[in-house]
Design a protein around this ligand. Sequence first.
Ligand code: PRP
Ligand code: ZN
Length: 298
Amino acid sequence: MSPERIKLAIQKSGRLTDQSLELVTRCGLKYSRGKDQLVCYGENLPLDILLVRDDDIPGLVQDDVCDLGIVGLNVIEEKRLEFAARATAPPFEQVMTLDFGRCRLALAVPEEFDYGGPAALRGRRIATSYPRILGRWLATRGLEADIVALSGAVEIAPRLGRADLICDLVSSGSTLAANRLREVETVLDSQAALIRTPVPVSSAKREWMERLLVRMDGVQQVRESKYIMLHAPRAALPRITALLPGSEHPTILPLEGTDEKVALHAVCRENVFWETLESLKAAGASAILVLPVEKMLA
Ligand code: PRP
Ligand code: ZN
């Protein structure tokens, strides 16, 4: 891989993989996946993707092996606390959150555990891959517990007798259910985020990185956006525009053969629900059309 190509690290196989690849596809990248399945080579942009363990992503960005990475806020926060403990700034920058991969870091106890509240945690052994986030959560509540740091298979620690309860990521909850564990406290809310190296790169590469970030931002913005078109009596326009969620300046166009009615076109930056359409109709609108927005460049 040429040093002039941007390298983006994403999770190899997990919660964030599919949507991370979908995001780069929506940014215009066409890629072919290498035989080893560990690299996706960009065919039309100077961008290649490395598929790695999510916990390794900040390290790869920090060591300058990758320029960008998509990883959960949970992993980012744990790394940040690790550097804060050494009184140094983390060697990566968070660029933006990505609005997918939502999950939470939560405390979960075995079904038979009698949990009456945080005080029940005193002196207990808690298994986790996030010892620093958990340590901070306990400290701010004045609780002392024994943190058992594990790099994986946290959910089976209580069964193995290594811990009394766990602190792990929960998204659908199926891992907890399969291990007969019950969620009792949320420690951190998480979603995917983009990080970048603070190390300066060549100007050609920087230019492509900036373009990619603008495209990612555009993809983010259109996710919920809709283009709405309708007909309305002129007199009803103030009421109707007030009903459009997150739209700034609608376009008003004349309609052939009538002075009293106009056409209105607007971009709504929030989802448009059936309830909104019903209210628009009640306010006098007709011929209402709602279209998805594919791309947007502010
Ligand atoms: C997390 C966590 C659980 C699972 C929870 O793993 O460790 O195993 O997701 O999801 P669920 O509530 O939908 O069952 P992650 O994706 O971070 O993979 P990793 O732990 O192997 O890095
Ligand atoms: Zn992980």
